[in-house]
Design a protein around this ligand. Structure first.
Ligand SMILES: [Zn+2]
Length: 370
């Protein structure tokens, strides 16, 4: 295994479960050395924000910056660090059966280093912060020097193994190969769709795809990280003809609940729920025997509800956990299409329906047909 997981994570201790909201704050005002002719303090604060955002994009964690000391989970400060150490992360956690749960973390950036904010150079404030935040979300070192989690930081940004490590801990979301997506010309396999193709959406009729991505998980990937295995939903598990045939989605892909299922849980209307939160071990179960899987992302101008194999579910949303397991080149592709996202994921807009948590869904697991 190229990277190692530390054995603890934020949020629910289950591997593959999102980390929820993690509040962070930083005080870089004392001890930060840099060239004031070239940079200002806010350049470094922005670099740090970008570093948290970079992990949020791939890791299924919602990082929230706060000034309220009572809320802070991760604090970032400047400290004098001994020797060649230029960044350090201290984590406190509870050891639980299975996986430890992180309680708080402190990140120290070296006050004896002369810093640049980013600029793509290794040893920039951004790249060292990325590395330390990586530790703070539960990653140990990677033995590949092209990855940000290598013990000596040569890389300037997240690499594929860094992303795979974060994804192993905090989950994936998307469609699978073979899922028949409703289009104006009838259902088409998800993997045959391309940017520009029209797909039927629940709210706005036929809409063009702005981007399509695919991530392949090998049998070895799934053997190492069974929590990433697809969730199989039997025909009719979520209503008459919903789905029309057995379908498979990634564990964090959110499906639409309507009718009495939504009313039971949410009061009225429709809501979204992650597939893994609907697992009842009868009609909906995680497929531990899957020999490998291709996960496919379908993205529109805004978050949409589309229908695959007769099951309405969400399109790709680049917020919170949405950029899961995308490699740098793929993320750049999305940023080229949606430049506003590079600075602010909120620019994409909210989810097409309210999203229910695992706890909110508990009453439904009992009520689903067996
Ligand atoms: Zn390290």
């Amino acid at each position: 295994m190229p990277y190692e997981l530390s054995g603890y994570k934020w949020g629910d201790p289950t591997l593959g479960e999102t980390g929820g909201k993690v509040y962070w704050s930083a005080d870089l005002s004392s001890g930060l050395q840099y060239d004031p002719n070239l940079y200002s303090l806010s350049d470094f604060e922005d670099a740090l924000r970008d570093a948290f955002q970079a992990w949020e994009d791939v890791a299924g964690i919602n990082f929230v910056e706060t000034n309220n000391p009572a809320l802070v989970d991760i604090d970032v400060t400047m400290q004098f660090l001994q020797g060649n150490t230029i960044g350090l992360a201290n984590i406190s956690y509870f050891q639980l059966p299975g996986y430890g749960q992180i309680d708080s973390a402190s990140i120290y950036m070296d006050s004896s280093e002369f810093w640049v904010p980013d600029g793509g150079a290794s040893f920039s404030f951004y790249s060292v912060a990325l590395h330390e935040i990586g530790h703070a979300i539960g990653l140990d070192h990677d033995d590949d020097p092209t990855q940000i989690m290598h013990s000596i930081i040569y890389a300037s940004d997240l690499g594929a193994e860094d992303i795979a490590g974060a994804q192993a801990i905090y989950g994936v979301l998307c469609f699978t190969r073979g899922t028949m997506i409703d289009t104006p010309d009838g259902p088409k396999p998800a993997e045959t769709l391309a940017a520009g193709d029209l797909v039927m959406t629940r709210d706005r009729g036929a809409q063009p795809l702005t981007w399509v991505g695919m991530r392949r998980l090998s049998p070895r990937d799934l053997a190492l990280y069974p929590e990433l295995a697809p969730v199989r939903i039997a025909a009719g598990a979520l209503g008459q003809g919903v789905p029309g045939v057995e379908t498979r989605v990634s564990p964090h892909h959110r499906v639409l609940l309507s009718g009495w299922r939504a009313e039971t849980l949410y009061g009225k209307g429709e809501c979204l729920a992650a597939a893994r939160d609907l697992v009842n071990e009868r009609t909906i179960l995680q497929d531990a025997t899957a020999p490998g899987v291709d996960y496919i992302h379908l993205m529109f101008e805004r978050h949409e509800i589309v229908t695959g194999d007769g099951l309405p579910s969400e399109s790709f949303h680049p917020g919170v956990a949405g950029m899961s397991h995308l490699e740098d080149a793929v993320r750049d592709e999305i940023f080229a299409l949606f430049p506003a996202l590079e600075r602010d994921f909120a620019a994409y807009g909210g989810t097409a329906r309210p999203v229910l948590s695992a706890a909110e869904l508990a009453p439904l697991a009992e009520a689903l047909p067996r």
